[in-house]
Design a protein around this ligand. Structure first.
Ligand code: ADP
Ligand code: ADP
Ligand code: MG
Length: 455
């Protein structure tokens, strides 16, 4: 296949994912350019990149989300491509388009495909048309609370109002009865408008205790698609993932094969390329329903890398260079063993409130079956402006049981002093009998929720 070789790649991100992308570039012999805000001057990604450019003040809107600053940095440093990581500009079709018109390769899907997949009710309609099961819901954007009420009556309560451009677990409202709908509609519109610059909402059936299960895909620019199995991401809090694993204890080999087959076709026909994730919810009866596509690398990609042996970030870069999956993948995709990831956040384990500050002592666990992706180090400062993820601890074992044993051992050897972290919460969850049995859903962490405040 016709392919180019990138000489230099700019990483339009920060934190652990920026370091992860720099690592992939180093292995491929590609030079790197980091961009950073004034708050990140001493961050690891700045240190590990070959070049670094300050793009603005701490506030993301004026640095990591500032399109003109990032494009100027790319032009000044003469890079061939930009890797957007996750969050920030990663799913911004306009950014991908500007890269294209500036002659810089965007490491991700084409702008039109990002745009279609990013509008959640459009992605629903597309998947439905390709025979992927979706939850009953509104066919498109809800024009009024009255339309929402009529749709909810037709499919039955409870329902969930969701933002068309939603992400990061925000902008959603569960509705149990029609009397509450108009009020919650207004709230959700307001929140969506301020968080995603669009008040558009759609609605779907609410599953009270689902499992969140997602499939990892790689697609080259010639219409070839591979599915790298699934991840179980049901251990969440406030609709945000906390622990992920692969494979899912709830997915059988036949279900995996069936969904992979349907997805391979649906994704190929959409013109999708690069890495992506298709998210599903599983109801109590074990049926899977599509919820959204994440057109980017995902936080939890390392668990899939452990069980498949495939480097997803290097694959992203090679796909963008024009290489085919046949050239990139070592052979047929196979899953072996079990991997679990714990997101180590800087937060108070009692209240879950973010806990930025200086890390005064830092010791990483290691040894067989352990991987840590982090940007943190002794004496670094966790800034208050960005998300609170300081490290991802990933454990691999031949069995789920062995992965849990290794995770428990590693959590006990992970030392972070000076700030609070989610490590004690992870230790409790790893010791939980239901977690160990694989019996859980997205409501699981409620049992570890902070006690409601008195008064
Ligand atoms: P993943 O499935 O990869 O874990 P998340 O939903 O946790 O995805 O998002 C990854 C990161 O991107 C988080 O830092 C999250 O806050 C951020 N993020 C995701 N979507 C958006 C969005 N639309 N706007 C702003 N931040 C987002
Ligand atoms: P985001 O774009 O913010 O990631 P998602 O559509 O992926 O939003 O949903 C995030 C989480 O919200 C899911 O993992 C699940 O916990 C919850 N959720 C979303 N839709 C539903 C639904 N229809 N029923 C029950 N829970 C839902
Ligand atoms: Mg999601």
């Amino acid at each position: 296949m016709p392919s180019v070789r990138f000489n230099k790649v700019l990483i339009a991100n920060r934190g652990e994912i920026a370091v992860r992308i720099i690592s992939a570039c180093r292995e491929l012999g590609i030079k790197t350019v980091a961009v950073y805000s004034e708050a990140d001057r001493y961050s690891s990604h700045v240190r590990f990149a070959d070049q670094a450019i300050c793009i603005g003040p701490a506030k993301s809107a004026r640095s990591y989300l500032d399109l003109p600053s990032i494009i100027s940095a790319a032009e000044i440093t003469n890079v061939d491509a930009i890797h957007p990581g996750y969050g920030f500009l990663s799913e911004n079709a306009g950014f991908a388009e500007v890269c294209e018109t500036s002659g810089i390769k965007f490491i991700g899907p084409r702008p039109d495909v990002i745009r279609m997949m990013g509008v959640k009710e459009q992605a629903r309609a597309y998947m439905r048309s390709k025979g992927v099961p979706v939850l009953p819901g509104s066919p498109g954007v809800l024009e009024s609370p009255e339309e929402a009420i009529a749709t909810a009556e037709a499919i039955g309560y409870p329902v969930i109002l969701k933002a068309s451009y939603g992400g990061g677990g925000r902008g959603m409202r569960v509705v149990h009865r029609s009397a509450d709908l108009a009020g919650l509609f207004a709230q959700a519109q307001q929140e969506a408008g301020s968080a995603f610059s669009s008040p558009n909402l759609y609605l779907e059936k609410y599953i009270p205790a689902p499992r969140h299960i997602e499939f990892q895909l790689l697609a080259d620019e010639y219409g070839n698609v591979e599915v790298l199995g699934e991840r179980e991401c049901s251990i969440q809090r406030r609709h945000q993932k906390l622990i992920e694993e692969s494979p899912s204890p709830a997915v059988s080999a036949s279900m995996r094969a069936e969904i992979s087959g349907v997805l391979r076709k649906a994704i190929a026909e959409s013109g999708y390329s690069n890495a992506g994730t298709v998210e599903f919810l599983m109801d109590e009866a074990g049926n899977l329903y599509f919820i959204e596509v994440n057109a980017r690398v995902q936080v939890e990609h390392p668990v899939t890398e452990f069980v498949t042996g495939i480097d997803i970030v290097k694959s992203q870069i090679r796909i963008a260079q024009g290489e085919s999956l046949a050239e990139i993948l070592p052979g047929p995709v196979e899953m072996r063993g079990h991997a679990i990831e714990c997101r180590i956040n800087a937060e108070n384990p009692e209240t879950f409130a973010p806990c930025p500050g200086r890390i005064t002592g830092f010791h990483l666990p290691g040894g067989i079956g352990i991987r840590v992706d982090t940007w943190a180090y002794t004496d670094c400062v966790v800034p208050p402006y960005y998300d609170s993820l300081i490290a991802k601890l990933i454990a691999y074992g031949n069995t789920r049981e062995e992965a849990i044993q290794r995770m428990r051992r590693a959590l006990g050897m992970f030392i972070v002093e000076g700030i609070y972290t989610s490590i004690p919460l992870h230790e409790k969850i790893m010791a939980d009998a239901d977690f160990q049995d694989g019996c859980f859903d997205t409501t699981f962490t409620q049992r570890y929720s902070p006690a409601p405040k008195a008064g």
